[in-house]
Design a binder for this molecule. Sequence first.
Ligand code: CAA
Length: 262
Amino acid sequence: MNYENILVETRGEGARKTGVIRLNRPKALNALSDPLMDELGHALKAFDADPGIGCIVLTGSEKAFAAGADIPTLLQHDFLSAFNSQLISKNWEHILAVRKPVIGAVAGFCLGGGCELAMMCDVLYAADNAKFGQPEIKLGVIPGGGGTQRLPRWVGKSKAMDMLLTGRFMDAAEAERAGLVARVIPAEQLLEEAFKAAETINGYSAPVVALMKQLTNQAFEVPLTEGVKIERGMFHAVFGTHDQREGMNAFLEKRPANWKHG
Ligand code: CAA
């Protein structure tokens, strides 16, 4: 597939590298058009399938991660065409099928569908100029990419309502206080820090990383007791791997582990 709305590259020195995807529609502040979302889904799937890739960094520009769904495209729809074309669904949730960690590195505007896409990443790092918001109410609509569902889970009901009902933006410091992002980083160091975290993750056992991601995301889907039971079963299962013995032996022998990813 030829990419026209995203830039894709591979980073890192180790055996497992980082797949980097940059949203790249600068004239529309990376508004998430259908072609862009098709390309994003394709690139995510390709990195996920590549055994040489440990994790993925998803980012935008310094000015915008993404300013939302593409408003001119939305305006072309009525109810039936929105319903029949599966607007904001058919190509929006490919990211949720990715088994490798996706680190969202957010600078500038992260609004509407942009914020919804960011919330589908596994970890979020924000540049100090990042601005988050669900301003759909100003357009006479509600969010369609999970904003009313994920935002309250991430920042709590009161702050989510405040943002959804007023359409106001939240800066990076507030996003960190609210638990929406893991860290705030000076804008010029954002990618470097995201790549560093990715390198660290790339250095661990791949199935353990994948399980960690799956179980942590599952915490938002299943009741607590059930989730802990599933975790316990998986914990027992990792004792069937080479990497469990290798990790623990390496610790006792005071040497780096030599993972076989199995
Ligand atoms: N879709 C398409 N184009 C967009 C866009 C979007 N979501 N957001 C910005 N653009 C375009 C603007 O139209 C403008 O294009 P032109 O230069 O051709 O006029 C260009 O990007 C730059 O934007 P501004 O001139 O507005 O830049 P600014 O710095 O003055 O303001 C902004 C930046 C505050 C982000 C403002 O552009 C804005 O409010 N954008 C819309 C944000 C929004 O409402 N997002 C929600 C979309 S609906 C949605 O996402 C539904 C869903 O749940 C999936």
